[in-house]
Design a protein around this ligand. Structure first.
Ligand SMILES: Nc1ncnc2c1ncn2[C@@H]1O[C@H](COP(=O)(O)OP(=O)(O)OP(=O)(O)O)[C@@H](O)[C@H]1O
Ligand SMILES: [Mg+2]
Length: 237
């Protein structure tokens, strides 16, 4: 039977996932590309965790399940800190719509399997890893191992894509370092890169910049933001 053209999936049609951050979606054609993997990089205290929670909370308000994997702060602290912005994850955790899981740095293949299983069992559409930097701490990074890590990270991201989950991989930038991740190649493997910074102007200013987003005509400017009672809000420039 001949199929009507409207029945066919349009490969050019891109579904967008709202970030949940007022003012951000309009800087990236309506949101993250559904199923994309994005690096969220910043120095200490630049609001990476708040961003991750806000992204997950937005999904829950839209009926999209979400997984948050934390390697540094306890799940309890993440849940308690989120309450100050009015995001009560505990209700969704009880309903198995959301999970905030603590884990330690493990081998990259084991990490890939563990996270894929958690995403599947939760039917998560959003995923936050806080952080890739801590997750990778036990990975040997001698020159001969680097190639294996790059392939392993590529496979990790591939498995997230196969699950069609929209992901934020948080990366810690150390002061004085030029790279956005521990290995230097993380930013090449992901679909999108967002950098959070505290810029030293006359007065220190929190800022956000989208430096990469595949399939997206995005802003590349540095945008100031503030923390309000409802979380991160991008200021107009
Ligand atoms: N209620 C609030 N109002 C204003 N600013 C806040 C509030 N809560 C937290 N902050 C700011 O957010 C920062 C912490 O944000 P967050 O934990 O998301 O940072 P982070 O980038 O994850 O830090 P780390 O690198 O230590 O994990 C605090 O240092 C503070 O400056
Ligand atoms: Mg954090």
């Amino acid at each position: 039977m001949k199929r009507e053209s409207k029945d066919l999936d349009d490969p050019l049609e891109i579904k967008r996932i709202s970030s949940g951050i007022p003012g951000l979606d309009e800087l990236m054609e309506g949101g993250f590309v559904k199923g994309s993997t994005n690096l969220l990089a910043g120095q200490a205290g630049t609001c990476k965790t708040i961003f991750g929670c806000q992204f997950l909370w937005e999904g829950l308000q839209k009926g999209e399940n979400g997984l948050y994997v934390t390697l540094e702060e306890s799940a309890k602290d993440i849940i308690n800190d989120a309450l100050q912005f009015g995001w009560d994850f505990s209700k969704y955790i009880k309903e198995r719509k959301c999970n905030i899981v603590e884990m330690k740095s493990i081998d990259l293949n084991e990490l890939t399997i563990f996270i894929a299983d958690e995403i599947k069992s939760l039917r998560a559409e959003r995923f936050v890893l806080d952080s890739l930097s801590v997750a990778s701490m036990s990975w040997k990074s001698s020159p001969e191992e680097l190639f294996k890590i790059r392939i392993g990270l590529f496979n990790f991201i591939k498995s997230l894509k196969e699950l069609n989950v929209t992901s934020l991989l948080i990366s810690e930038i150390q002061r004085g370092k030029q790279t956005l991740g521990r290995f230097g190649f993380e930013e090449f493997l992901v679909d999108g890169v967002i950098i959070l910074q505290l810029v030293e102007m006359d007065v220190p200013m929190r800022s956000i910049q989208i430096t990469k987003m595949r399939r997206t005509n995005h802003s590349v400017e540095v945008h100031p933001f503030s923390i309000t009672k409802k979380g991160i809000v991008i200021k107009k420039i």
